[in-house]
Write a protein that binds this ligand. Structure first.
Ligand code: DAH
Length: 366
């Protein structure tokens, strides 16, 4: 049989192959040890040098053409099989789930809803910002210039490339950049700027992992900008929030002087706890634990937000949502929050229809 004829036959049968097994059969018959193309290759050894020079390239070209056709046909068959599987594998979301698989609302979602409800009652809107941030919003505008030591404390995940404006890109290390975005937004909508009252719950990222740290976790930020705002407003707001959140009247706060680049003065807020059966329960004042960072917004931050710091003042606060959830609902390992274990969720989760409201209570477990 001529090389051309063999090639035509093989390509025809490859084109007609309808599944992976058929492709494999043709491959073995052509390129396997006893295959037709392999047999041709073997004839090269017995040829004269002249013959080999003319036949060699033709036989090698045949082998390459057959190899390429086999690969292309295999790809096409696999692609079609995947398409067919995707089309066939649909999930009917309207089917009732078996009891053992019934989902529930994750405590983090629940706590974020509780926070939104509590702060909405005090006139706060919910704001959001991107999780992929630039270093200006995440650091510089928050009074952490390039050489600021606080930058090093954040264990930041950086991207290899800068954005179109030449800014370094990163996964935001805290929700504080939303302060800047919210101020710039309000200035854009209304040249007078403030007042502004927002909370910003969301995911944040740091390269850190142990029993109390996960590389992704959740924070909530609060920001109030208005005229004549002072520390008293901050203390009242946090007290009102913590009483509503922990659903107890005996919440006692202790404000300690501290340092954050974006606030001046800065305070760390401790909440009093009592010991009940050896466990810390928020309320009373047998001991203190830190729950929030806060302070009066630094003048430089107000200016970075496009507002005049002589005209506008404000306070800000930030804290971990996961920790608030653990304190309120009694979980003790942060990592379990992100394991996706249905048994954990059915224990700690919340009924989907039990939406937190101030009148109905913010957060009754299933
Ligand atoms: N961004 C801080 C952090 O991630 C938390 C924080 C502290 C936020 C003080 C604030 C604040 O708004 O005023 O550790």
């Amino acid at each position: 049989m001529s090389i051309e004829q063999l090639k035509a036959d093989l390509l025809e049968s490859i084109a007609g192959a309808s599944d992976a097994a058929a492709i494999e059969q043709i491959r073995v018959a052509a390129l396997g040890k006893q295959g037709s193309v392999s047999a041709l290759l073997k004839t090269l050894g017995a040829m004269s040098a002249d013959e080999r020079q003319s036949e060699g390239p033709r036989i090698h070209a045949l082998r390459e053409a057959v190899t390429a056709a086999l690969a292309a046909r295999k790809d096409a068959i696999e692609g079609a099989a995947l398409e067919a599987r995707l089309a066939a594998e649909t999930i009917d979301l309207s089917l009732p789930a078996p009891d053992r698989l019934r989902g529930s609302v994750h405590p983090i979602s629940q706590v974020m809803d509780e926070l939104a409800e509590i702060f909405a009652d005090m006139g706060f809107a919910v704001a959001a910002g991107p999780e992929i941030e630039d270093d200006w919003h995440n650091f510089t505008a928050l009074n952490m210039p390039e050489s600021h030591p606080a930058r090093a404390m954040h264990d930041t995940f950086y991207f290899p490339d800068t954005n179109a404006d030449g800014r370094e890109m990163l996964l935001r290390t805290h929700t504080s950049p939303v302060q800047i975005r919210a101020m710039l937004d309000v200035v854009k909508q209304n040249p007078g700027g403030a007042p502004l009252r927002i909370i910003a719950p969301g995911r944040v990222y740091r390269s850190d992992s142990d029993a109390t740290h996960t590389p992704m976790f959740h924070q909530i930020e609060g920001l109030v900008i208005d005229k004549g705002i002072h520390l008293g407003h901050l203390k009242w707001t946090l007290e009102t929030f913590l009483k509503a959140f922990f659903e107890r009247e005996d919440i006692v706060l202790r404000l300690r002087p501290s340092y954050f680049p974006f606030t001046e003065p800065s305070v760390e807020v401790d909440v009093g706890y009592s010991l009940v059966g050896g466990k810390r329960v928020v309320g009373g004042s047998e001991g203190w634990m830190e729950v929030l960072g806060s302070g009066m917004v630094n003048r430089k931050v107000i200016a970075a937000g496009g507002l005049d710091p002589d005209e506008w003042q404000g306070f800000a606060f930030g804290t971990g949502v996961d920790r608030l959830a653990m304190l309120k609902y009694g979980m003790d390992d942060l990592r379990a929050f992100f394991d996706g274990d249905v048994r954990w969720l059915s224990h700690y989760g919340f009924a989907p229809l039990d939406v937190p409201t101030l009148s109905g209570g913010v957060g009754t477990p299933v």
